[in-house]
Each structure stands twice: as C-alpha cells, then as structure tokens.
Design a protein around this ligand. Structure first.
Ligand code: ARG
Length: 461
C-alpha cells in the first residue's frame, strides 16, 4: 500500500498500487494541460471577481499556473501516476509553488465540470486546426482541377466504363464532399463551444459564482443551462467523431481511387518517389503506401465513434468514471484525421502525376460514347428507348467484329438507321461527348469552369 495521497481524511489507507495505475488518466490527459491551465486561470479570475477569494490570491494562483505552463514547455513538468490525472497534477504542483493559497483554486468547482471544460477547449481548437487542413486539401484539389478541365478520364458506374468525364469534374466531387465536412465541423464547433464550468460536481454550487463571466473569459458562446447535462454531456465529442468519420470516408474513397489509378491495369497516375515505397523483395515494385494507410486508418476513427457511443449509452446521470474513457479515442481521432489530411494533401500536391495522354486516349478505347449515339438519334426524333435498343445492337456487332464505334463506316451507320449523317463521328468523339453534358452540375467543360469559379468563392468565404 502506498502513502495516502489526494483524498480527504475519510480514507485511511492509500490505493493499491495496481489500482492506482488502473485508475490514472495522467498518461493520456496530459494532452489537456494547456486547456486545464487556461480553464483554471479563468476560474480563479471568476472567484476573484465575485469576491469568493481575494484579488491578491487570484494573482498568486494565476502566476503559479503560468509558471506550471512554463515548466511544462521546458519539459520540467512530468507528473506520474501518483497524480492520478492532469487536474490533480496541476493543483498539487500549484500548491507546491504558491503554498496554501493553491488549495483555494478548487473552490466552487469539481473535476467533473473542470474536465468537461478542458475537453471542450481542446476540441474547439482542434476543430479549427482540422478545418484549416481541410481547406489546404481543397485548395490543392482545386488547383489540380483548374489544370485539368479538358483532361478526360473514364467515368465509372459499377467500376465498369460508363461515360467519359472531365478529370476536373471528378476532382471537384471531392471538393464538394470536403466542403460539407468543413461545414459540418463548423456545426460541431457551435455545440462544443458551450461552457460547463460552474456546473460543479453535478448540482451547481453554494458559492455566488458567475458562470457567464468565466465562460466569457474562455470565449465560450454560452453556458450549459442544466448542471447535470453540463457535466455528463459528451454529445459534442460523438458529433465530432462522426464528422471525423465522414472526412475519413471521403479520404478513403479517394485513396482507393489513387491505389487503383496507380496500378499497371489503370495506369492513370504515376507515383513520384517522394510519396511511394518499394518492396523488400520485389525490385520492380512501387507501392502506394500513403493512400493505403489512409484507407487503413479509416477503421480506427470509425472505431472511436462506436466506442464512445457504446460507452455513453448506459450511463445514468450524472458523472461516471466511464467518462474518463472519452479521451484516448477522441485524441487519436483528432491526430489521425489531421495526419491523413496532411499526407493526402502532400500526395496530391507533389506525390502524383496524372498521365494525361494516357487518360485522354483511355476514353477512346471503349464504348463509353454509346449513350451519345442514342442521344444523337433521339435528338433526330427517334424515341429514346428505340434508339437505345438499336445502339445496343451496334455495340454487340462491333464487339464481335473487334471494332469500336468510331471505326464503323457511314454506310454501316446508315444501314442501322437512315438518320445517321457524317457528323456522327464528330458527335461521338470523347471531347464532344464530355463537353455536351452541359446540364447544371454536369461534366461539360463550361459547367466545370463555372463549378471551379463557384468552388473558389466558396473556399475563400
Ligand atoms: N480524470 C477524470 C476524467 O477524465 C476527471 C474527472 C474525475 N471525476 C471524478 N468524479 N472522479 O473523467
């Protein structure tokens, strides 16, 4: 049995050493130190403003807390398990520095509202960081799109060649997905930016505190209206992990495409040496490790979301120690999303090269212009379904003859239907096929150019 530490005289002996380790969160909640210090400073100032403690006492507390910050930055503050968690670690060090007045800091506060405050301050900042990284990622996509409006790429449904596309249109789809991610994080921010400080252990406090004041010092938009809710709500963290999971879904889908595109079979992109790795045994290999890792890491972010949902579902009000389990997954989710966004941004900016001539010719070698033949006839008054059946026949015939549609003679076309004229060749050329899809939101070059303009103004707002 170790020496009795933090608890009141209700306790006669200390925690079993193994239980102390089991109970401690200092190993991971040290991550919250800056927010714990900032939150404590605001709390101390509020205690001063309301006259709960004296101004000189506030000054001592604030100076002591700032000293801990400096010590931490210098690598001199390294609390161990005996501190249990970051909140006790800071309070204990503070009392070492400033003496007995340090013991006044926890007046009218509990670790329950304190930890809730810390996690919100942490997440608020990280949401802003992630939104910044999302923007950088989008800007790289947008630049690639601008440079590739008239580069063609096969478009797929069911991973079968469907209709050719502007490469820019394909890339802009990801700009839109991540734009929703950016907005979603903005919504999560609003619900993260509410102060639980002053909710106490669960029921509020007997002291004449001013919750609005400490919230204002910490730049919170509002305070929790119900103390029980304030100390036990983790909705904001769940919402964040949900938004983070969607970011990962989007990054993972793009990763999957990068992996396919860099394969010999597709050969749409070349991986540059700065973002590819070799094999330890097969000298010819160049592996797309970056997108593979992003795709692989997606699972753990989903896992953190699931873990937090399950952890919460059975908790009676208000605080339960289970809530200590909210942190590791949240921290890892934040780190993973940031790392993946960074890596994908580098990959797009300088790790790949689109093989544009290969892409432009890829769309020449298939039947992805078949819809356009049917549209050609339909525009000349042939009912679309009839035209569709007719083109199905030509495709079948061409396949048997080992030909593409562009290889058919005008006589062959006219045999099929007298409405075909010389212009059919121009109409089924990939550039025409793509540029003709000029409906709003479509892949037509004109549409893509205005989509780029819209995205630019979206991203700069
Ligand atoms: N380390 C704890 C946590 O992360 C702090 C709050 C402890 N509160 C309590 N009543 N034991 O949740």
């Amino acid at each position: 049995m170790t020496k009795k530490t933090t608890w009141s005289d209700r306790f006669e002996s200390a925690l079993h050493p193994a239980i102390a380790i089991f109970n401690a969160s200092i190993g991971f909640d040290i991550e919250l130190i800056e927010y714990d210090l900032t939150g404590s400073i605001a709390h101390a100032q509020m205690l001063g403003k309301t006259g709960i403690i004296a101004t000189e006492e506030v000054d001592k507390l604030v100076a002591g807390l700032e000293q801990i910050r400096t010590e931490y930055h210098r690598g001199e503050f390294t609390p161990g398990v005996e501190a249990e968690d970051i909140h006790f670690a800071v309070e204990r060090r503070l009392t070492d520095i400033v003496g007995d007045v340090g013991k006044k800091l926890h007046t009218a506060r509990s670790r329950n509202d304190q930890v809730g405050t810390d996690v919100r301050l942490y997440l608020r900042e990280e949401i802003t960081n992630i939104r910044g990284k999302l923007r950088e990622f989008q800007l790289v996509l947008l630049e690639l799109a601008e440079n590739n409006v008239e580069t063609l790429i096969p478009g797929y449904t069911h991973l079968q060649r469907a209709q050719p596309l502007s490469l820019a249109h394909h890339l802009l789809a990801y700009v839109q997905m991540t734009q929703r991610d950016w907005e979603r994080l903005g919504d999560v921010y609003k619900r993260t930016n509410i102060s639980p400080l002053g909710c106490g252990a669960l029921a509020g406090t007997t002291f004449p505190i001013d919750r609005q004041y400490s919230a204002q010092l910490l730049n919170f938009e509002a305070v929790y209206d119900n103390s029980l809710d304030g100390v036990s709500d983790r909705d904001f963290a769940i919402e964040f992990l949900c938004a983070a999971s969607l970011i990962m879904v989007h990054l993972s889908r793009l990763s999957e495409e990068m992996i396919l595109w860099s394969s010999e079979e597709f050969s749409f992109i070349k991986l540059k040496d700065s973002c590819a790795t070799g094999s330890s045994i097969m000298p010819q290999k160049k592996n797309p490790d970056v997108p593979e890792l992003v795709r692989g890491k997606t699972g753990r972010v989903f896992g953190h979301l699931q873990a937090l949902l399950v952890m919460m579902k059975g908790l009676p009000l208000a605080y339960n120690k289970d809530l200590q389990e909210d942190k590791e997954g949240l921290f890892d989710g934040v780190k993973t999303v940031k790392a993946c966004l960074e890596a994908m941004t580098i990959l797009l900016a300088e790790g790949i090269e689109f093989k544009t001539s290969r892409l432009n010719s890829a769309v020449e070698e298939d039947f992805s212009n078949a819809t356009d033949v049917a549209d050609y006839l339909a525009a000349k008054g042939v009912p679309f379904r009839e035209a569709y059946n007719l083109v199905g026949k030509v495709v079948k015939k061409s396949l048997t003859a080992g030909k593409l549609l562009k290889d058919l003679s005008l006589a062959e076309w006219q045999q099929l239907h007298p409405a075909f004229e010389e212009d059919i060749y121009q109409e089924i050329a990939p550039q025409t096929v793509v540029s003709a899809r000029n409906s709003y939101g479509g892949t037509g070059f004109e549409q893509v150019r205005s989509a780029i303009a819209r995205a630019k103004s979206q991203l700069s707002s």
